[in-house]
Design a protein around this ligand. Sequence first.
Ligand code: IPM
Ligand code: MN
Length: 357
Amino acid sequence: MVKARIAVLAGDGIGAEVTAEAVRVLDAVAKRGGHAFEFVDALIGGAAIDATGEALPAATLTLCRGADAILLGAVGGPAWSGPAVRVRPEQGLLDLRKALGLFANLRPVAPLPAVLHASPLKPEVIDGVDILVVRELTGGIYFGAKQRTATEAVDECRYSVAEIERVVRLAATLARSRRRKLTSVDKANVLETSRLWRAVVERIMPAEFADVACEHMLVDAAAMHLLRRPRDFDVLVTENMFGDILTDEASMLAGSMGLLPSASIGASGRGGLFEPIHGSAPDIAGRGIANPYAAILSGAMLLRHALGLAEEAAAVEAAVAQAVEGGALPADLAPAGRDGISTRAAGDAVLAALARA
Ligand code: IPM
Ligand code: MN
């Protein structure tokens, strides 16, 4: 029996709709397994700015520090962007990642056979793709000093050896439980931070992970090879902004942003922040039509990484696959000419598959 306090930060846009389905699924998992999950809601992002003036209120951070895991929806939206805005919703998420030391963001990409049609890429290119992107999450240009004058702006990009070592070690360790191949992505032909990144990888891999094949790839080439021969990638490790960009691209291998979950973890190996890679989708927010599968799959990652419930996690992943195979397709996955099902109906389909298991 596992007892867990889970902070639920729905955030903005479709965040509330998709996290509601993830919570329903986690609740069902708890009931079936005799676990006791307590869900505690808190504010982040634009919703928090409206209520408190801050994107990450102190009360939210305190709750998250004390929680066994955090489930997050999405942050951001047109109401809190533009030149006049003082605090941005996104800063709340960045501050939370930093404050909790969540330096590694795991983003698995594996297309479900039933929705190969949803991808703009040819089925024969994406069939069998199984990639784990490990994105550095608390360093680089996201967190460097920013400056702005009337005529100029600066974003500093900085990485330390220690920051690179810990994320590369984690990625290489994860590669050991997979196909033992690591692709380190950088821009070492131009950027000094990338040259340091590559030097660290070249030192660590032969010395500590001789059993893991290692290659280096420039980020522009990686963007191309992800579409040309995605099956060749196993674990891809890269710095913060490259990882952000490449995973939006990689979501098209799976057919939709609505299918990709993520886990942000730190040194302790416990706890962590679990969130879909998609954004707040203001254009469809509040209509009950968003795809909740990425949020539900983030819940599965939460079960596995934060709570040590690997079997339950696999059961949720299998239930999502079954729901999709059974034709429970929200609009982003539905074939042209067919209406998508509602967010709630997709959650129901997962719950029904779980109940059958
Ligand atoms: C993501 C998002 C965030 C990021 C934004 C909302 C700050 O795009 O999690 O990929 O860039 O890290
Ligand atoms: Mn992103």
